[in-house]
Design a protein around this ligand. Structure first.
Ligand SMILES: *Cc1c(COP(=O)(O)O)cnc(C)c1O
Length: 693
C-alpha cells in the first residue's frame, strides 16, 4: 500500500481521534486546511489530493504513521479486556442513542448526552466488547451558535457532506446499497444505513435523505432535535424501528439492547412486533416478557422537559400500524406510555414509560441521580419504599484518551509506569502521580492554558471580524487564575450565579493578589427563550467596563472547545440547582487534567469530592425556595473564591510554583481519572446491567 492509501485507511476509522500523535500527523500535512476543514482527515486528504499529500509526508510523518499502524496492530492482536475477563457478555450489545459525540469532526451530537454515548462507544471498542451502536446521520447536525453584537444567540445550520466523514454505505445480501423501511403514518419511509468504524466497534447510522423517499421524508434526519414534535416522533421511529430492522438486515442478532435515553424506546415496539409476527409470542404481554430480560434503559435527567412525550392523536397517527400488527387497540397502545395507574386514556404517551414497560434493567447516571429517579418514578412501580424502586445507577465516566491532554500524560507517564494505558480504570496506577515533579507538571499546565487562550482569542477575533466590531480588548493572561464555565445554558444551571452580587464579585477580584479571569461557553436550546437571555446576560457582563477582557463568552461550544477548556483552565465551575444535574461529565474531564472542580454537590461530584481534590459549593440539602437556594449557593461561592481558591492559587514559592495547588491537582488526577473513566463505566454496565449475575 502506498502512503496515501495508508493515510486513508487511518482516516476512515475514528480510532485515530484518540491516539496521541494522530492529530499532529494530519496537521503537518497542511495546518491551515486542517483547521478550515474542522479536523476532518477524510476531507483533508481529498482536498489536498494524492501528490500534495505524498509531497508533504517527510520522514517524521512516515515514522508517525508507522507507529500508529503498529499500535493498532498490537491492540488488535493482544487479548482485550473482554477476553481477559473471561468473555462475560453472552453476545453482542446493541446501543441505541439519538446522538453520538465522538469527535468535533462528526457533527451528530448536541451536548452531554451525545458525548456520553461517544465515550461509551470508544470504551466498548478499547475493551474489546462485542458491541454495535445505532444512531441517526443528520445532514445539518445540531445548530451552531453565533453570537451577535450584544450576545444574542443566533443558530446556524450547516450542510455536512457525508463524503467528508469516515463512512461506508452498508450493503444488503445481494451487494446493493442497504435500505430499510419504516412505516410512517401509513406510508413507507426508507432509510439508508451507513457504517462508521470506531476502533473495534461499528456505529450504524440511518439517513432518510435518499432519492427513494418522497420529499417530506427526506428531511426527517436533517437536524438533531429539530423539526418540532412531529419531526421528533418521525426521527424516533427511524431510530428505533429502522435501527432494529437495519441490524437484522446486517445479520446482527444482539444479545442485549441498551436504550440510551427514551428517544430510542420504539426499538422495543419493533422487537415485540417481530415476536408476534413470527408466532414466538402469543400476545403482547408474552412478547414483553420475552424482551424485558435483555433490555437496558438509562434515564439521563430529572428535568421533566427532558422526557419525550407525544399527545394521543399524534401517537395514534404514527403507531396505529403497529397496534394493528400486534393486536392492540388504541387504549392498549397508549397504556404502554402511561403511568400504570393512569385513568385517562388521552394522557400523553411518554417514551420513558415505554422504556420502563419493556426493560428489566433501569438505571440513572450517578448515585444521587439514582436516588432522585427512584423518587421520581416510584409511582410507576406502585409506590414501594423508595429504596425498593427497581432503578439502580451506573455513574457516568469520560474516555481519558479523548480528554486528557497527551502532553500532561507524557509528563506523568514515567511515574505511572508502563501499564497505565492498558488499565486506566485501576486506582493504583494513578496514585503514583504524587511523585511527578511539581515544576514539570506546572509547566505543562501553563502551556495548555496558553493554548486555550489562543483558541479563545481566535474564536472571538473571528466573531468580531464577522460582525465588523473593533478588536477584542485582550487582557487574557496565562498568569491569571483561569476559571472555566461551559455548559448548556439551561436556567437550572445558573450561568449567571457568579454575577448575582456584582459589587461583591468586583471586590473579590480587586482584593485578589493576582489577576483572575473567567471563560464561559455554552449554547441555549434554540427554543429556550430564558436560556438565550442568560447567554446575552453573560455576554453583557463580559462587555461591562469593570469586567471587559477578564470575562469572555466564547461562541459555539463544541468538542474542540470543550477539550481545550477542560485541559487549560485552573478551576472548573459548576453551579446547578441541586439535584437537577443528573451527572455532568465536563467536570470529570477537567479533574483528569488537574483543573480543580469548584462545584455544587450535585451529579457526580458527591462521589468525586474528597476534601482535597477541589471544593464543594453550598450544602447538600433541600431549600424552601429557589431564591433561598440561589442566595445560599452564591454566598458560598463568593466565600470559597475569596478565602480558599484565590489564596491557594497565588501561594507560590520563589520560582513561582504553587506547590499547595499542585498537590490538589495531583489529588484530582489520581482520584478522578480511574473512578470517572468511561472504561470503569462500561465495565460496570457489563457486570451489573448487560450480563448481571
Ligand atoms: C463534556 C461536554 C458536555 C457535557 O458536559 P456537562 O458537564 O454535562 O455540561 C457538553 N458539551 C461539550 C462540548 C462537552 O465537551
Amino acid at each position: 500500500m502506498d502512503l496515501y492509501d495508508r493515510l486513508e485507511r487511518l482516516a476512515l476509522d475514528l480510532w485515530w481521534s484518540w491516539q496521541p500523535g494522530a492529530g499532529a500527523l494530519w496537521e503537518r500535512l497542511d495546518p491551515t486546511t486542517w483547521a478550515a476543514l474542522e479536523h476532518r482527515p477524510v476531507a483533508l486528504l481529498r482536498t489536498l489530493g494524492r501528490p500534495a499529500v505524498e509531497a508533504a509526508m517527510d520522514a517524521e510523518g512516515e515514522a508517525l504513521l508507522a507507529s500508529l499502524e503498529a499500535r493498532r496492530a498490537a491492540e488488535d492482536a493482544a487479548p482485550s479486556w473482554h477476553d481477559l475477563a473471561g468473555r462475560p457478555l453472552p453476545g453482542t450489545v446493541a446501543y441505541f442513542s439519538a446522538e453520538f459525540g465522538l469527535h468535533e469532526s462528526v457533527r451528530i451530537y448536541s451536548g452531554g448526552l451525545g458525548i456520553l454515548a461517544g465515550d461509551h462507544v470508544k470504551s466498548a471498542a478499547d475493551l474489546g466488547l462485542p458491541f454495535v451502536a445505532v444512531g441517526l446521520l443528520y445532514r445539518h447536525g445540531y445548530g451552531r451558535q453565533a453570537l451577535g453584537p450584544t450576545g444574542e444567540q443566533l443558530t446556524e445550520y450547516r450542510t455536512y457532506d457525508f463524503a467528508d466523514y469516515p463512512l461506508v454505505r452498508c450493503e444488503d445480501a445481494a451487494g446493493a446499497p442497504l435500505v430499510v423501511e419504516v412505516p410512517m403514518a401509513g406510508r413507507p419511509c426508507r432509510a439508508a444505513v451507513w457504517r462508521l468504524p470506531v476502533g473495534r466497534v461499528s456505529l450504524y447510522l440511518l439517513d432518510t435523505d435518499i432519492p427513494e423517499n418522497p420529499e417530506e421524508f427526506r428531511g426527517i434526519t436533517a437536524q438533531l432535535y429539530g423539526g418540532g414534535v412531529e419531526g421528533r416522533i418521525q426521527q424516533e421511529l427511524v431510530l428505533g424501528v429502522g435501527g432494529v430492522r437495519a441490524l437484522a438486515a446486517l445479520g446482527i442478532e444482539p444479545a442485549v439492547f441498551h436504550l440510551n435515553e427514551g428517544h430510542s424506546s420504539f426499538l422495543n415496539l419493533e422487537r415485540i412486533r417481530q415476536l408476534r409476527a413470527s408466532g414466538a409470542a402469543a400476545d403482547v404481554p408474552a412478547a414483553i416478557a420475552r424482551i424485558r430480560p435483555n433490555s437496558v434503559f438509562t434515564t439521563h435527567t430529572p428535568v421533566e422537559a427532558g422526557h419525550d412525550r407525544f399527545d394521543v392523536d399524534l401517537a395514534w397517527r404514527y403507531l396505529a400500524w403497529w397496534a394493528d400488527a400486534v393486536g392492540l387497540d388504541q387504549r392498549g397502545l397508549m397504556a404502554l406510555g402511561h403511568w400504570p395507574d393512569e385513568g385517562d386514556p388521552r394522557a400523553v404517551f411518554n417514551m420513558t414509560f415505554l422504556a420502563m414497560a419493556t426493560c428489566d434493567h433501569l438505571n440513572g447516571v450517578a448515585a444521587l441521580h439514582g436516588e432522585v429517579s427512584r423518587e421520581m418514578f416510584g409511582r410507576y412501580f406502585g409506590s414501594p419504599p423508595t429504596d425498593e424502586v427497581p432503578i439502580t445507577h451506573v455513574t457516568n465516566g469520560v474516555h481519558p484518551p479523548s480528554w486528557q491532554a497527551p502532553e500532561l500524560v507524557d509528563v506523568m507517564a514515567l511515574e505511572l509506569g508502563p501499564d497505565f494505558r492498558a488499565r486506566p480504570e485501576t486506582d493504583a496506577v494513578w496514585q503514583r502521580v504524587a511523585a511527578v515533579d511539581d515544576a514539570a507538571l506546572w509547566t505543562v499546565h501553563q502551556q495548555l492554558k496558553v493554548r486555550l487562550l489562543g483558541l479563545a482569542r481566535a474564536r472571538e477575533a473571528r466573531r468580531r471580524e464577522r460582525l465588523g466590531l473593533p478588536p477584542f480588548p485582550d487582557r487574557l493572561d496565562p498568569d491569571a487564575l483561569t476559571i472555566g464555565f461551559a455548559r448548556r445554558f439551561a436556567p437550572y444551571k445558573r450561568a449567571d450565579l457568579l454575577f448575582s452580587d456584582l459589587p461583591r464579585l468586583l471586590a473579590i477580584l480587586e482584593a485578589a493578589p493576582g489577576p483572575v479571569q473567567v471563560l464561559f461557553a455554552g449554547k441555549a436550546h434554540p427554543a429556550d427563550t430564558r436560556g438565550k437571555e442568560l447567554v446575552a446576560a453573560v455576554h453583557r457582563h463580559s462587555a461591562s467596563p469593570a469586567l471587559a477582557g477578564k470575562v469572555l463568552l466564547i461562541e459555539d461550544y463544541d468538542i474542540e472547545l470543550g477539550r481545550a477548556l477542560t485541559q487549560g483552565v485552573d478551576v472548573w465551575l459548576n453551579n446547578p440547582r441541586r439535584p437537577k444535574e443528573a451527572s455532568g461529565t465536563s467536570g470529570m474531564k477537567a479533574a483528569m487534567n488537574g483543573a480543580l472542580n469548584l462545584s455544587i454537590l450535585d451529579g457526580w461530584w458527591p462521589e468525586g469530592y474528597n476534601g482535597q481534590n477541589g471544593w464543594a459549593i453550598g450544602e447538600a440539602r433541600a431549600y424552601a425556595s429557589e431564591a433561598e437556594q440561589d442566595a445560599a449557593d452564591a454566598d458560598s461561592l463568593y466565600r470559597l473564591l475569596a478565602e480558599e481558591v484565590i489564596p491557594a492559587y497565588f501561594d507560590r514559592d520563589k520560582a513561582g510554583v504553587p506547590h499547595g495547588w499542585i498537590r490538589r491537582m495531583k489529588a484530582s488526577i489520581a482520584t478522578c481519572t480511574p473512578r470517572f473513566s468511561s472504561d470503569r463505566q462500561v465495565i460496570d454496565y457489563v457486570h451489573h446491567l448487560y450480563a448481571p449475575g
